[in-house]
Design a protein around this ligand. Structure first.
Ligand code: ZN
Length: 183
């Protein structure tokens, strides 16, 4: 019996990774609000999602999703606990059937997940990153993507952090040390 075909290869070799655009990070009342800058990028991210879909590129939601007593909570207040509303993608970005969701428990979208396998199956060579926070999950996802040999593009207007200085540092680091394209 032939396996059911559930994934469509990227038409361009690119995929858009929408990182941690979740209620706990984007709502002022959220458990770990990333600041007003994180809300300001929502329209840009929505536009990039639309463009990617029109170009036949996969849109992949990378979602922090923790256990109730996750080790990470020794460093940060509890957030994005599995099954809570806070762990949901902000309603301002439309999920579509067929959009992949990759839950993660650590900063990097590659750590302990099957993202790399999905990207290979989708024929992806370049990942385009948008989301929060520039200096945490975006940075460490970019680092692992580069270590694995992917081309990486980061949209300056599509990433944000609660810490502007760290945001700028991370963009510089991704460009000059990781060899990402910051556009
Ligand atoms: Zn987390």
């Amino acid at each position: 019996m032939a396996a059911e075909k559930t994934e469509v290869r990227s038409k361009t070799g690119r995929a858009l990774l929408v990182i941690d655009m979740l209620n706990d990070f984007l709502e002022e009342e959220g458990a770990l609000f990333c600041g007003p800058a994180s809300r300001e990028i929502i329209p840009f991210v929505a536009r990039k999602m639309k463009e990617a879909r029109e170009a036949g590129e996969p849109v992949i939601f990378i979602c922090d999703r923790h256990m109730p007593h996750d080790k990470e909570f020794e460093m940060f207040p509890p957030h994005c606990v599995a099954g809570t509303a806070g762990a949901g993608v902000t309603p301002e970005l439309t999920h579509r059937e067929g959009d992949l969701v990759i839950p993660k428990r650590r900063f990097s979208a590659f750590f302990g997940t099957d993202l790399d396998l999905h990207l290979r199956e989708l024929g992806v060579r370049e990942v385009v990153l948008v989301g929060v926070c520039t200096n945490i999950c975006v940075l460490y996802t970019a680092a692992d993507a580069r270590m694995l040999g992917y081309d990486v593009t980061v949209h300056r207007e599509g990433v944000a952090s609660f810490d502007q200085e760290a945001h700028e540092f991370a963009l510089k680091q991704m460009e000059s040390v990781l060899g990402a394209k910051v556009v």
